[in-house]
Design a protein around this ligand. Structure first.
Ligand SMILES: [Zn+2]
Length: 233
């Protein structure tokens, strides 16, 4: 079911910044799986600032990076790839194709030495989903934070992540409430490690990204039938 901004707020979603045009047709959503890894972490160790307003006070899960990712451009790859922390990074040709399609949720990376923009972008979720439905499968939980229960999710080997939600807001890139990996708040802060959410993408994101090496998708199931959108403004 496609939701308006007001419906999103009532259901606890962050309101989307972008609503699809009316009449764009039925839309499905897909877990984005990126197989090509970049040999660098995207973590507080690089000195980047994080907003802890919605982060767990015990483990830090839910921390949101304020700074763009700091990177050595030579460690990036053309196409679609992910850091060791599974932050998805795209090169300029992908950025251009997504931009032409109207996708806006990309953030330009900066050189870690000069802090000048480089020709790579990270995919940034536009909204956070509520916890997935208990019908979801294909994951395991280990060493989870006892306070927030948001980290500690892991893939099950050779099993696809089959997620089920009651409804989805109409945006291009969503983050799961659940975070993959282990979160630990460190002292000093640079020693912190944050688990990160999986990204769920729209049909039009899938259509563009599916042409790139190492990219796969697992369709998200919604319990309510997907319906054409209604005008929101
Ligand atoms: Zn926690």
């Amino acid at each position: 079911m496609r939701l308006t901004s007001r419906q999103c707020q009532r259901r606890g979603f962050a309101p989307p910044r972008h609503i699809f045009d009316v009449g764009q047709g039925k839309m499905k959503y897909h877990v984005l799986i990126v197989g090509r890894l970049l040999r660098w972490h995207s973590s507080p160790a690089d000195g980047g600032r994080y907003d802890m307003a919605h982060g767990c006070t015990r483990c830090g899960a839910g921390a949101v990076r304020i700074d763009p990712l700091f990177v050595s451009p030579s460690t990036c790859k053309t196409g679609v790839a992910a850091t060791y922390k599974l932050q998805v990074v795209v090169s300029k040709d992908v950025f251009d194709r997504l931009s032409v399609a109207g996708v806006t949720c990309m953030r330009q990376l900066v050189d870690k030495k000069t802090k000048e923009p480089v020709e790579f972008w990270s995919l940034e979720p536009e909204a956070m989903l509520p916890p997935w439905s208990k019908e979801s499968k294909g994951f395991q939980v280990e060493s989870q934070c006892l306070q927030c229960h948001r980290d500690g999710f892991f893939n099950t080997p050779k099993t696809s992540l089959d997620l089920v939600y009651a409804a989805m807001p109409a945006v291009d890139v969503l983050a799961t409430w659940e975070h993959f990996g282990i979160s630990r708040l460190g002292t000093p802060f640079e020693e912190s490690l944050f688990a990160i959410p999986r990204l769920i993408v729209s049909d039009r994101m899938r259509d563009i990204l599916s042409g790139f090496k190492g990219v796969e998708f697992s369709e998200v199931q919604t319990m309510e039938p997907i319906q054409p959108s209604v005008p929101t403004r």
